[in-house]
Design a protein. Structure first.
Length: 368
């Protein structure tokens, strides 16, 4: 019932269902337009991420790292860097849902700042998630839609990661070094055997994403592994995201059969720079996952779409699902003003959006 409730109240899915139903009055979807490779890849990714979450891998890493923090700057740096790394492998959603409550518990205990560190954790998760094909679900779509090879993908993502982290380091320099008691690590029992097996399946999944093996096999193995460890893991999967992908594939299949709309979209994404800015702007109003699917169906500029969709995750609260989770988690666990947080978070988010938009444009222009 909880899984069904989560699906029913997902705002992006609600909007997707609405526009998909409307599109059905104008055309009928074609099966060939449904990208099943993307759907199976996302299903496998979501399953593996929930297995890792169940095994408390990120919790253990967070406690181990924070046990060496003796001042506020180091604590912020450790949490943000961990968010970047976790975002690469576990995605930005699980990262913020795990790390933000952990940080806020420490912050409340020692009366530490809450707004800036939480904002940086969320931004770090988005930056890290952009680095891998599975960190952001729309990266999986990009790899599938444009048949992007591993070396090409990382040729795009490495410069973006390096420059983004350099900017983060500059931000860290302005955080004061207020001494805090070293955190005592809480004992968390983990089982290494399922972690090792899950990691092996994750490597197999990597080959599936890039079509080296049929993605159906990693997906089925991931589901079997989840059922073997604990069947309840399957109830934690973000089925709303899978339905959102499916709905948008249907919607785009319909509008591809309406010449007037197709011509309008082609005009909007007729060049590399227009594709780049279109993906950033549409992400602000419809989130970067559906935005990538929409723009990606009408352009051949894969790198521009990669940079635009990942940078478009910054800015508005709806730019990325992780942004909404940051706000929701903060409101549940923080003790400072929600209004104050929203204002400062928004300023930081749009400052990041503007800076990274310039960075992304430079990467495109100079072919870095």
């Amino acid at each position: 019932m909880t899984a069904l409730k989560n699906i029913a109240k997902d705002r992006i899915l609600q909007i997707t269902v609405l526009i998909t139903v409307v599109s059905l009055f104008f055309a009928r979807p074609r099966l060939a337009d449904i990208n099943f490779h993307t759907l199976w890849s996302v299903a496998a990714m979501l399953t593996l991420i929930q297995i890792y979450a169940y095994l408390h891998v990120l919790d253990v890493l967070a406690y181990k790292l924070t046990s060496i923090a003796d001042n506020t700057r180091k604590l912020n740096m450790l949490f943000t860097v961990l968010a970047v790394i976790a975002g690469m492998f576990l995605g930005n959603d699980i990262t913020v849902l795990t790390l933000i409550p952990l940080y806020l518990n420490i912050a409340k205990r020692y009366k530490l700042p809450q707004i800036l560190p939480v904002t940086l954790i969320g931004m770090g998760a988005n930056i890290g998630a952009a680095f891998t094909p599975w960190g952001n679900p729309h990266n999986i779509f990009l790899v599938s839609r444009f048949d992007v090879k591993p070396l090409v993908f990382f040729k795009w993502s490495v410069p973006y990661l390096i420059i983004s982290m350099a900017i983060m380091i500059l931000v860290f320099m302005f955080i004061p070094k207020k001494e805090i008691p070293v955190q005592k690590t809480e004992p968390i029992r983990i089982s290494w055997r399922p972690i090792i097996i899950t990691t092996a399946v994750f490597i197999f999944f990597f080959f599936g994403v890039f079509r080296i093996v049929n993605i159906v096999w990693p997906m089925l193995i991931a589901i079997i592994l989840a059922l073997a460890i604990n069947p309840r893991i399957m109830f934690k999967i973000d089925y709303a995201l899978l339905l959102t992908f499916t709905g948008f594939f249907i919607f785009i299949s319909d509008i591809q059969q309406i010449p007037a709309i197709v011509n309008l979209i082609h005009i909007t994404v007729h060049s590399e720079s227009s594709t780049y800015f279109a993906s950033i702007l549409t992400s602000q109003i419809m989130s970067n996952v559906p935005s990538t699917i929409l723009v990606g169906k009408f352009t051949n500029y894969a790198q521009a779409l990669f940079l635009g969709s990942n940078i478009g995750g910054f800015g508005s609260a709806i730019g990325s699902m992780a942004n909404m989770l940051v706000m929701k988690t903060f409101n549940q666990h923080a003790t400072v003003s929600r209004k104050k947080f929203f204002i400062q978070w928004t300023i930081m988010q749009f400052a990041g959006l503007i800076i990274l938009t310039i960075v992304g444009l430079g990467l495109l222009l100079f072919r870095i």
